[in-house]
Design a binder for this molecule. Structure first.
Ligand code: TYD
Ligand code: MG
Length: 449
């Protein structure tokens, strides 16, 4: 193999390549994101013969292609379990619990498979210490604190593991290129090598990657299109809830979510999230509304809280936790214009309880009513739940999977629900009493303020 070294510039946000330094990335529009890196151009040797193509009907699939992670919540997100030869990226903020989750998965897999856990972040002793806390004893997990990729490759050749964990991609480096550890070029090069290894050996690879709150750090973003599945582990650090979300999944749905609780002895699956998310609810408190989100293939009930208070500034503060800030501003604008609420002199805080991040507009109406409830200091009936998207004219728009949301509300003992009038999937034979709203004003009337 011939090697040539060239200097390149990469956007550290999206991986866009350029021959010269650029102030603004033409691809993702970030400023000052270009970093200089050495790229090795390797000329790949021509293979001697091509792998023979096969008729699709004649290709045999091994029966148990899916390998259970031992967690119902993780399997759901994976689309039924891992697939051998699959390469996954697990991204999340530092300290959110990625290593903990992967070590617990390794514990489960270690009963039937050989797992190699390569950590460039912690020493073997530290991993052992964490393992003790997680109840890992005799499982066949090989631990290596190697962060040179060529050495990792040697270990893989010798040990032939079924599962490989790289914790984290930012701490690994290959000696084949000159760029420093943690750079885009390194992450890209190592991932490409891992991809080849995984496909050739049927080894499943989990790569851990750190991102910051704004997703700004080099590395993981660039890898997203190289891997089979991208999982995000997220949550608010000071809440105990964590959600595992699939963002891309070649072998399953890309909108599934698994919920965990961070406990003393590691992550615990939350199999009934609605019950968990509602357990600390202060009933009949102004500003509190229950709604249902639909994530992946199930409905989850959660509490939306709003607090409207007099502002000490000319311009009221708006703070959103767990929901899109701009969307909250839109809802506030509709409340001012269509309902006539005087909100400009108020500070408004909106919180999705439990640290869950919601991106569905189906919770708009619940947020609008939570703000109205806090503003008027009148609580909403504790047996009522509220579902609907709010449009710019104040209209209540239909939502997907209403029947499953209502079924979940019934299961949790709710008696009444405000739902969009135009919804096509109105559940038949529901015991819950459904009140249909066509616009915001009507929905407010239905809550009997
Ligand atoms: P960690 O898995 O190290 O995060 P990451 O790999 O994403 O950086 O998780 C670190 C946090 O989790 C740490 O603040 C302590 C907490 N934790 C528990 O609460 N219980 C446990 O059993 C473990 C192992 C960690
Ligand atoms: Mg870690």
């Amino acid at each position: 193999m011939k090697k040539k070294t060239k200097t390149f510039f990469y956007c550290s946000n999206c991986g866009y390549e350029s021959l010269k330094w650029l102030g603004k990335c033409p691809d993702c529009s970030s400023w000052n994101s270009f970093v200089e890196e050495q790229q090795v151009a390797t000329k790949n040797p021509t293979p001697k013969e091509a792998a023979a193509p096969e008729m699709i009907g004649a290709i045999e699939i091994k029966k148990d292609m899916r390998i259970s992670s031992g967690f119902v919540e993780v399997d759901r997100v994976l689309g039924g379990g891992f697939i051998s030869g699959e390469i996954l990226l697990l991204s999340g903020e530092p300290g959110i619990g990625k290593s903990t989750l992967v070590l617990q998965i390794a514990k489960n897999l270690g009963r039937d498979y050989k797992v190699l856990y390569c950590s460039g972040e912690e020493s073997k002793e530290q991993i052992k210490y964490r393992g003790n806390r997680l109840g890992i004893t005799g499982e066949s997990i090989l631990v290596s604190a190697e962060n040179n990729f060529e050495n990792v490759q040697r270990i893989i050749e010798k040990e032939q593991p079924d599962f490989l964990v790289i914790d984290s991609i930012q701490t690994m480096y290959t000696s084949e290129i000159e760029s420093a550890q943690g750079t885009v070029a390194q992450a890209r090069e190592i991932s490409a090598k891992l991809l080849k290894l995984a496909k050739n050996s049927a080894m499943t690879v989990m790569i851990i990657g750190h991102i910051t709150k704004d997703g700004g750090i080099a590395g993981p973003k660039v890898l997203e299109h190289m891997v089979d599945a991208v999982l995000y582990f997220e949550g608010e650090r000071y809440y105990q809830y964590r959600s595992l979300r699939s963002y891309k999944n070649r072998f399953g749905s890309s909108s599934e979510i698994g919920i965990f609780e961070m406990a003393e002895e590691g992550l615990v699956e939350v199999l009934n999230p609605s019950k968990f998310l509602l357990q600390e609810r202060a009933e009949e408190a102004p500003g509190s509304v229950i709604t249902a989100v639909y994530e992946g293939s199930r409905a989850i009930l959660l509490e939306v809280q709003a607090l409207v208070s007099d502002s000490h500034y000319n311009q009221g503060r708006r703070v959103a936790t767990g929901y899109d800030y701009n969307r909250i501003n839109m809802i506030i604008a509709v409340l001012e214009k269509k309902i006539g609420l005087q909100l400009s002199g108020s500070d408004i805080y909106v919180n999705i309880v439990g640290g869950l991040k919601v991106s569905e507009p189906a919770v708009d109406l619940a947020i609008a009513l939570a703000i109205t409830s806090s503003f008027r200091n009148k609580s909403i009936d504790k047996d009522l739940m509220i579902i609907g998207e709010v449009g710019l004219s104040g209209e209540v728009r239909s939502v997907s999977n209403l029947d499953q949301r209502i079924a979940e509300a019934e299961k949790m003992g709710f008696a009444k629900a405000i739902v969009p009038v135009h919804n096509k999937t109105l559940p038949k034979g529901a015991k819950i009493s459904l009140m249909k709203a066509s616009n915001l004003a009507e929905a407010i009337r239905l809550t009997e303020f």
